[in-house]
Design a protein around this ligand. Structure first.
Ligand SMILES: CCc1ccc([C@H](C)CC(=O)N[C@@H]2O[C@H](CO)[C@@H](O)[C@H](O)[C@H]2O)cc1
Length: 822
């Protein structure tokens, strides 16, 4: 085995201290006297990485040696967050590292803050991929994450004059200690050009793709260490580079652009993450990105399969792929191309392998988020793939016509090609036809996929559909983010729950223990004080940690209804203005979230939040009872501060719109109570924690559909509900916009005329429910009891449970937990 006990792997405090100093000197190249906090962070990061390497290389070796069936998670986004604290926890070195750093007069928390987080994702989908990598390694499942190493990640958000402003995220500015560049494992990816076909001497139909451009994919590997499992899997992220970074002959002929054109074209591909969440923008570069990383990954998988001595014919027996939404679904056509054009298999064999390799997870019901590529663009960028998709479609539709004769409407609905307008390739259909399993991410969501968005495919292949409700890793979202609550829990029920969250149920019996409830409140208060300081430092706003922290942090989107939350805040404001000294528990409303740069209404919602905050926070008549804070640049690091500190979690999307949600799980695990609709995973959280420990309001998904079908007239509700009318009128009165009556007009007109997300229909139910929340909070003993029940009953929402379900029901991976050294 590779485990050696030397100065680069020893975990004793003296060895760690020496290693930090050695790495500072030999790797960072700095003397301690002149080293900055960033230098010390780097030295510590390399010290921690050293202690991961042996596990990493051992794991790799074992997977090959034992011919382990391996899952490959293909995702355009991995929202990993900062690695240092998480790796220290998973190595079981929290005490030792804290000791070593303090003996070197280093402040560990300050060093942890130096790490710029790899923001290689937009939101839910990207963060779920990161949680799943942690659980795969913790459970010892042979797995690899494949994605794109964007040079610029998710933009940084700053607020100027109340408006969101996007700033470039140059996360690699100081370098990334956790990755290893693997130039020898590069692959080539082709684009454009044309195809030519012929019959070989045996009459076989052969096709060759003559590409227009070829770029190189260089992999960067990051170890993903499991929690105390001794297993470290790999996250392989691809960077695009030019095959030839400089064409001298073009330069000599004066074609300077041409000389570097290829370099620019190539490097542009992995340059920047598209900051759109739930809305396609149909840009060609986005399709280039998707094809680039998918082709790199599949070529790499085949190469590793063959290098391990396996035949291409049994590729699907040892390799399984999970498509994280449709973003990598071009992979279905790409694997067919590789198997047929490169490895010489016949169509049927290639299809048998392909259709048993892929599985597809859908993460959204929003029609505007379902990817479809204009055929002309698709055909010019990927001419060979379009041919293959036509062939897949022809065979699929003829099988369909056999199964459902004389039903050309169904054929048109299910075809991979949308024949309308300039014609489109429907990526979700390609994913469904080419996958063995199709899953939604929460029970209601999967039911709606079966009954609505993918109903035709469900009718054809009911056996392919299965639900796997999302989960989140309790390592980062509890043990790392909330050490106070973690310590209290460990003092009562030990620490096994960190690796097996079902064990938190042992906490239930303490809910009835008033002494424990007092400890629980003290912990909550300490965590809130930490966030209070962060808020003061970043916004200058003073909030009261004794007030109720009511938090809504997630991407800004109309279906998530941040503006419904605002309608309640304005209702309370008006009530307090009318009745000064009204008895309501002081509440601090916390908002966080980025808007896609091109999403005007979402940006206007941010402006309304900051404008309302401005007025309320500076109104002495109310600002002891009401405070509103918009915290800029919501990301993983910030999430780790807010999820533990919240008392109330806002999960108020229009029922039937939020596929699952994962923030809802992070809040409840940390003892926050939820106010929410019967949407996504809220339904399952409410079942788990008990209806009495959940604040429910609003229409169900079925009621939403019925109301829309019956004709919905939001204006009538505006006229019939006095409080609502006053609130809406105040928004266009200029009261929150320095007299400008038009600023928020687009938002208000949308609500008065169409209100597509039924804010008015849910307004009264929401306001009444929020009033109940206020009453409940004034009974602190009762609140603590409910909070403990929430934390104690969230075992099921660990990403470990989700991954075990994927292994059992989708990936057919039964052998895991290799006998890696503990
Ligand atoms: C093409 C642009 C684009 C980019 C990202 C997406 C993602 C699918 C959006 C997303 O993150 N969806 C969220 O996925 C989470 C993980 O499953 C769910 O918990 C959220 O409910 C869902 O909104 C759609 C479209």
């Amino acid at each position: 085995d590779l485990i050696v006990d030397d100065d680069r792997t020893s975990i004793t405090v003296p060895a760690l201290k020496q290693a930090i100093l050695d790495n500072l000197f030999y790797v960072v190249g700095k003397r301690a006297e002149v080293a900055t906090d960033m230098d010390h962070f780097m030295a510590l990061a390399y010290t921690v990485r050293d202690r991961i390497l042996a596990r990493w290389l051992t794991t790799k070796g074992d997977y090959v040696k034992h011919h382990m069936r391996t899952v490959h998670y293909l995702s355009a986004e991995f929202l990993m967050g900062p690695h240092l604290a998480n790796n220290i926890l998973n190595l079981g070195l929290q005490e030792a590292v804290r000791q070593a750093t303090s003996e070197l007069d280093l402040d560990l928390d300050l060093l942890i803050k130096q790490e710029s987080e790899p923001g290689l994702g937009n939101g839910g989908l990207g963060r779920l991929a990161a949680c799943y990598l942690d659980s795969l390694a913790t459970l010892g499942v042979p797995a690899m994450g494949y994605g794109i190493r964007y040079e610029y990640g998710m933009f940084h958000q700053t607020i100027r004059d109340g408006w969101q402003v996007e700033l470039t995220d140059y996360w690699l500015r100081y370098g990334n200690p956790w990755e290893i560049r693997r130039p020898q494992a590069d692959v080539e990816v082709a684009f454009g050009g044309h195809t030519q076909s012929w019959r070989d001497p045996f009459g076989e139909y052969k096709v060759q793709w003559i590409p227009g451009e070829v770029v190189k994919g260089i992999p960067y590997d990051t170890p993903i260490l499991g929690y105390r499992s001794g297993v470290a899997n790999t996250l392989r992220l691809w960077r695009s580079e030019a095959t030839e970074s400089f064409y001298f002959e073009r330069f000599n002929s004066g074609d300077y652009e041409g000389a570097v054109g290829a370099k620019v074209f190539a490097e542009n591909i992995s340059k920047v993450l598209y900051p759109n969440d739930e809305e396609i923008r149909g840009k060609e570069l986005r399709l280039q990105q998707q094809y680039f990383f998918t082709s790199c990954s599949l070529q790499d998988m085949i190469r590793r399969h063959q290098n391990a001595g396996h035949a291409i014919e049994n590729f699907h027996e040892l390799c399984v792929v999970q498509l994280n939404d449709t973003h990598p679904s071009i992979g279905v056509a790409e694997l067919m191309r590789l198997l047929i054009d490169i490895h010489g298999l016949g169509w049927d064999k290639a299809w048998e392998i392909t259709s048993h390799t892929f599985n597809y997870t859908n993460h959204t019901l929003l029609p505007e988020a379902l990817e479809r590529w204009p055929l002309p663009m698709f055909g010019s960028l990927l001419p060979r793939h379009l041919e293959i998709i036509y062939e897949i479609n022809a065979r699929f539709l003829s099988a369909l016509r056999e199964r459902f004769p004389n039903d050309e409407d169904r054929v048109a609905r299910m075809s991979l090609i949308d024949e309308h307008g300039e014609r489109y390739v429907r990526m979700a259909h390609l994913a469904c036809v080419g996958s063995e399993h199709i899953n939604g991410v929460a029970r209601l969501h999967t039911e709606l996929l079966k009954s609505d968005v993918l109903h035709d495919f469900y009718e054809l292949w009911p056996e392919k559909f299965i639900n796997v409700t999302n989960g989140v890793t309790p390592r980062r979202w509890l043990a790392v983010s909330n050490p106070e609550q973690t310590e209290l829990m460990i003092s009562k029920i030990g620490q096994d729950w960190i690796g097996d969250l079902d064990r938190v149920s042992q906490l239930e019996r303490y809910a009835e223990d008033s002494a424990f409830r007092a400890d629980w409140r003290n912990v909550q208060y300490a965590v809130k004080v930490r966030l209070t300081q962060y808020i003061a430092n970043t916004t200058g706003i003073a909030v009261d940690p004794k007030s109720m922290f009511d938090a809504q942090v997630k991407r800004i989107h109309e279906y998530k209804r941040q503006h419904l939350n605002l309608l309640y805040i304005l209702t309370q404001y008006q009530r307090l203005k009318k009745t000064p000294g009204l008895e309501i528990p002081a509440r601090t409303f916390l908002f966080g979230g980025k808007a896609a740069p091109g999403y005007f209404i979402a940006k206007l919602i941010i402006k309304l939040i900051t404008s309302v905050a401005e007025v309320i926070n500076n109104d002495p008549e109310v600002n002891q009872q009401l405070k509103v804070v918009f915290l800029p640049d919501y990301n993983v690091t910030f999430g780790q501060l807010v999820y533990p500190a919240a008392d109330l979690s806002e999960q108020i999307s229009t029922a039937g719109k939020e596929a699952s949600g994962t923030g809802n799980m992070k809040f409840a695990m940390n003892g926050a109570l939820t106010i929410g609709t019967l949407d996504g995973a809220n339904i399952e959280i409410r079942e788990a924690v008990g209806h009495e420990n959940f604040f429910l309001f609003g229409l169900t998904a079925a009621e939403v559909a019925a109301k829309k079908a019956a004709g919905y007239h939001p204006h009538q509700i505006y006229e019939s509900n006095g409080e609502l009318r006053e609130v809406i009128d105040s928004i266009v009165s200029g009261q929150f916009s320095r007299g400008d009556r038009n600023l928020f007009r687009p938002l208000v007109d949308g609500l008065l005329n169409t209100d597509p997300y039924l804010l008015f229909a849910d307004y009264q139910s929401y306001v009444d429910c929020q009033d109940q929340v206020g009453k409940a909070y004034s009974d602190q003993e009762g609140w603590s009891k409910m909070s403990i029940y929430n934390a104690a009953r969230m075992g099921r929402f660990s990403s470990d449970r989700s991954i075990q379900e994927y292994c059992r029901n989708i990936w057919n991976i039964t052998r895991f937990g290799v006998d890696a050294p503990q």
